[in-house]
Design a protein around this ligand. Structure first.
Ligand SMILES: Cc1cc2nc3c(=O)[nH]c(=O)nc-3n(C[C@H](O)[C@H](O)[C@H](O)COP(=O)(O)OP(=O)(O)OC[C@H]3O[C@@H](n4cnc5c(N)ncnc54)[C@H](O)[C@@H]3O)c2cc1C
Length: 302
């Protein structure tokens, strides 16, 4: 076709490879903290195979890209970014006698609800976790005494050298909020989880208990990206420390240390990435001066 711009060509390639494509999409609409500037190419593949094709197209065009799950652990830039590939259409789920195989874009909380209907137990610890399965496995998400590492049997992923490989659990090198996928920059496509048969009412009771606990302790009604900092050691409660230092309700612009749980930063309106970063530095310095621990962020800064 004559007269096509480079942008048109990339758009058509992505579109014909099986992707929904939006130009100049606002990332703020796709992150739970409601922060993020425009993305030149917002790409939503319909299948895992289309996702691989999308990565090839963006790489060939020399464009920098990132993969996005539900955006619940991301603090995105206020500036324009090049390309984001969202897994939100990768929602296939196949239950087996011993567990489930699910695609990366499945919301963990939805998977728990469906597993309960099958009487399958093991994932309830993650009740209320708002992210996708791909995001949760990459981050080795954990809560209420459990973590994803305890369930994952194998995962298919796209490696940075464009090989699609299946990793077994002993190759995943899970650590506290990290994994081999995260370290290598691999994109998870499908995951197999081991679960066990259990009585439906006891799985439901455990789930209800955890959801109640989240309602009681977390600022669920306001935009946030979950816990901001990683615990520097097992019995160090970052939220309690920040609260003890008097920072509950402390604000930079519209970014506020939650008045409900000081381990969360909430967006009270129009907070920017810059506001949150300034607030993070302020909290880090205060905690360092008090304890000697320099806190690392749990949320991913883009
Ligand atoms: C209210 C609230 C409560 C939370 N509670 C918890 C909690 O109890 N425990 C906990 O651990 N976390 C918690 N979180 C944080 C977050 O939900 C988890 O880390 C979640 O697993 C992130 O998944 P996501 O799909 O949103 O990932 P995103 O935020 O979209 O992405 C996070 C990182 O994972 C990468 N990624 C996403 N999908 C893939 C993929 N398919 N392959 C490879 N990399 C990928 C992204 O590139 C990014 O680097 C909470 C967040 C909120 C807002």
């Amino acid at each position: 076709m004559v007269g096509l711009t480079k942008r048109d060509e990339i758009f058509f390639s992505l579109y014909t490879a099986g992707c929904e494509v939006r130009i100049s999409e606002t990332l703020r609409c796709h992150t739970s903290i409601r922060i993020g500037g425009d993305v030149e190419y917002f790409v939503v593949p319909f299948t895992a195979e289309s996702l691989v094709a999308a990565v090839e197209i963006l790489e060939d065009a020399g464009l920098k890209w990132r993969v996005l799950g539900a955006g619940t652990n991301i603090l995105a830039s206020d500036e324009e970014t090049c390309a984001v590939i969202s897994t939100k259409h990768l929602t296939g789920i196949w239950f087996t006698e011993k567990g489930v195989i699910a695609e990366a874009g499945v919301i963990v909380d939805r998977l728990i609800e469906l597993a309960i209907l099958k009487g399958l137990s093991g994932l309830e610890f993650a009740s209320g976790l708002p992210g996708t399965l791909g995001g949760a496995v990459t981050m080795n998400a954990g809560a209420f005494g459990g973590e994803m590492a305890g369930l994952v049997q194998s995962a298919e992923c796209l490696m940075p050298d464009m090989r699609t490989v299946k990793l077994d659990r002993n190759e995943m090198q899970f650590g506290y909020r990290t994994s081999a996928f995260r370290r290598a920059g691999a994109v998870i496509l499908r995951v197999s989880l081991k679960m066990t048969k259990n009585d439906i009412s006891s799985i439901k009771a455990r789930r209800r208990e955890i959801l109640n606990c989240r309602i009681l302790k977390q600022p669920l009604q306001l935009p946030s990206a979950g816990s901001v900092f990683i615990r520097p050691m097992a019995d160090f409660y970052v939220g309690s420390k920040i609260e003890g230092l008097g920072f509950k309700g402390y604000r930079v612009g519209d970014a506020e240390v939650s008045t409900k749980h000081a381990g969360f930063i909430v967006n009270k309106g129009n907070a920017s990435q810059r506001d949150v970063l300034i607030l993070i530095e302020k909290l880090r310095k205060a905690v360092y001066e008090d304890t000697g621990h320099w806190l690392q962020t749990e949320l991913d800064i883009w």
